[in-house]
Write a protein that binds this ligand. Structure first.
Ligand SMILES: CC(C)(COP(=O)(O)OP(=O)(O)OC[C@H]1O[C@@H](n2cnc3c(N)ncnc32)[C@H](O)[C@@H]1OP(=O)(O)O)[C@@H](O)C(=O)NCCC(=O)NCCS
Length: 228
């Protein structure tokens, strides 16, 4: 089945769970073995990969894309740095099953990722790309990331020195005393479903989403929920 508007395959985006670990690892492991797009030299064991999914979902969000029930790729926004002041910044990444490139699936995943991370209350997204990687650079810039700079010779894989370029995306203003992002489990089913169905989130739409969050937080502060 294909999307009648774009001719691209019908893609379903949903939240990942630790039970997806074997299928997600099957997407990731070939890149570890065959490419330098990741600096891991050996794929992690499946239980460690499941733990990564749990850790990311506790902080940001991990999404999977399915095409006709088959897992076609994933994207996530996880912790950028452990230090507390980085708590409103997420580092994003995306991998498609080999052979699924160039069909708009990366863009679908990233549009959904942006919306969910904005709804959670993140301020800035950052992405590191091992260079050269034109499809990844193109995808990041197509969804609004802008290039920041390049760290030279920071990696060495397959006996070759590797540069890493960094890109950032501004999710829109938040007050300086903005609360830490909400866990994805605090979002409603309809917020997640709407974000996962997003083809393209305009900057204005993201800013409106944020205004809703700020307004809701102000209401909650004025009228804290009654416990007990
Ligand atoms: C990078 C990757 C996620 C891109 O996803 P994708 O589904 O192939 O990209 P899309 O089809 O959604 O295309 C997004 C944009 O990138 C462009 N693009 C895709 N493949 C491209 C290529 N090979 N060369 C140049 N541009 C390319 C598209 O034209 C589109 O731009 P546009 O909207 O301006 O036309 C995918 O190629 C992949 O999984 N690569 C291997 C893993 C990897 O490198 N991950 C990134 C780690 S930083």
């Amino acid at each position: 089945m294909s999307d009648i508007h774009s001719g691209s395959p019908a893609v379903q985006v949903r939240l990942a769970t630790p039970a997806d670990a074997p299928a997600l690892l099957a997407v990731y492991a070939p890149y570890v073995h065959q490419s330098a797009v990741t600096f891991e030299l050996e794929p992690p064991p499946v239980d460690e990969f499941a733990e990564r999914i749990r850790e990311v979902q506790a902080f940001g969000v991990w999404l999977v894309a399915e095409v006709e029930g088959t897992l076609a790729g994933y994207a996530y926004g996880g912790r950028f740095r452990a230090r507390a002041a980085y708590g409103r910044t997420a580092e994003t990444t995306v991998y498609l099953a080999m052979g699924r490139e160039g069909q708009g699936i990366g863009r679908r995943l990233y549009e959904a990722l942006k919306r969910i991370l904005a709804l959670q209350g993140f301020r800035t997204l950052v992405g590191g790309i091992v260079l050269p990687n034109p499809p990844s650079v193109r995808l990041h810039e197509a969804v609004g990331f802008r290039p920041i700079g390049v760290f030279h010779n920071v990696g060495n894989k397959f006996d070759q020195w590797r540069d890493v370029g960094w890109w950032e995306l501004d999710l829109g203003p938040l007050p300086p005393d903005a609360p830490l992002p909400r866990p994805v489990s605090a979002l409603s089913q309809s917020e997640i479903a709407e974000a996962c169905a997003a083809i393209k989130a305009s900057a204005n739409r993201l800013i409106h989403l944020r205004q809703d969050i700020v307004a809701q937080d102000a209401i909650t502060e004025r009228n804290p929920p009654v416990s007990g």
